[in-house]
Write a protein that binds this ligand. Structure first.
Ligand code: PGA
Length: 253
C-alpha cells in the first residue's frame, strides 16, 4: 500500500516569522491526520524554524533544492549534509522552475538525486512537459527522456522509496489544473517508465504525486485517481486552511 503524501512547495515565500505563524495554525488543523504523510517545503532560511516547529508531529521537512557536492568553492550553494543536519527528510529536485529559470539539466538533476540518497534523504523528482510539447504530442517522449536520464544509476531499492511529482508545466501556478484523466495518465505513464527503467517492484512502490494548481475544490477528484499517490502543492499551500483542507480531503478518500 502506498501511503498518500501531500507536500507543500512554498517557493520564494514566507519569512521565518511568517513560517512560524503558518505553523501555529496549521499544526492544530492536521493534528489528527494519520493516513496521509504531510511535508512542508520552506525556503532554505526557514528550514530550521520549520524543523523546530514540527518536532514531534510526524510532519516531514522538505527542502526545495540542493547542490550535489559535499563542500568546496561553490558560492551560494547548500550541501546535502547541511540539509540533513537541519532534519530534512525530502529534497525537491528538478522542479520546472529550476529547469526553466536556472537552466538545470537532467545530468545535474541525476547527480542531485544520488547526493540526496547518499545523505539519507529522499528526492521528490519533478518532471513534466510544457504546453507546446503537449500540443505537439510530445508529452510521453519528454517524460520518458527526463526519467531515463534523471534515474540513471538509481537502484530498485532507492527508486521504491522516492517520490516522483508529475507536474505539467502549463498547470503550475495557472489556477487551471490538469484534468483528472490527464493527471492520472501522466502518473501512470511515469510509473510504467519506472518499471521499465528500474524494475517492477520499484514501479509499484514509487509514489507519484500530481502537481499543478491543486486546490481544495479539485483535490478530491485528482487525489482519488489510482496512480496518484498525493500532491505537490504550491500556491494553495501558503494558506494553512487551504493546505489543511487538501490534506483532510485526501485522508477521507
Ligand atoms: P501550484 O504549484 O500549486 O501553485 O500550481 C505547484 C508546484 O509548482 O509545485
Amino acid at each position: 500500500m502506498r501511503k498518500p503524501f501531500i507536500a507543500s512547495n512554498w517557493k520564494l515565500h514566507k519569512t521565518k516569522e511568517e513560517a512560524r505563524e503558518f505553523l501555529n495554525s496549521f499544526r492544530e488543523k492536521v493534528k489528527y491526520v494519520s493516513d496521509v504523510e504531510i511535508g512542508l517545503g520552506p525556503t532554505f532560511t526557514s528550514l530550521g524554524t520549520v524543523s523546530d516547529g514540527i518536532e514531534g508531529t510526524g510532519i516531514k521537512l522538505c527542502a526545495q533544492n540542493v547542490y550535489f557536492e559535499d563542500e568546496g568553492a561553490f558560492t551560494g550553494e547548500v550541501s546535502p549534509e547541511m540539509l540533513s543536519e537541519l532534519g530534512t527528510d525530502y529534497v525537491i529536485v528538478g522542479h520546472s522552475e529550476r529547469r526553466q529559470i536556472f537552466g538545470e539539466e537532467d545530468r545535474t538533476i541525476n547527480k542531485k538525486i544520488h547526493a540526496v540518497f547518499e545523505h539519507g534523504m529522499k528526492p521528490i523528482l519533478c518532471i513534466g512537459e510544457t504546453e507546446k510539447q503537449r500540443a505537439s504530442g510530445e508529452t510521453e517522449s519528454v517524460l520518458k527522456s527526463q526519467l531515463k536520464n534523471d534515474l540513471d544509476g538509481v537502484t530498485s531499492h532507492q527508486a521504491g522509496k522516492m517520490v516522483i511529482a508529475y507536474e505539467p508545466i502549463w498547470a503550475i501556478g495557472t489556477g487551471e489544473s490538469a484534468s483528472p484523466e490527464d493527471a492520472q495518465a501522466g502518473c501512470k505513464f511515469a510509473r510504467d517508465q519506472v518499471k521499465k527503467i528500474v524494475g517492477n517492484e520499484a514501479g509499484e512502490n514509487v509514489r507519484l504525486q500530481y502537481g499543478g494548481s491543486i486546490k481544495p475544490h479539485n483535490a478530491e477528484v485528482l487525489m482519488s485517481q489510482p496512480d496518484i499517490d498525493g500532491g505537490l502543492v504550491g500556491s494553495a499551500s501558503l494558506d494553512p486552511e487551504s493546505f489543511a483542507d487538501i490534506i483532510t480531503i485526501t485522508e477521507e478518500l
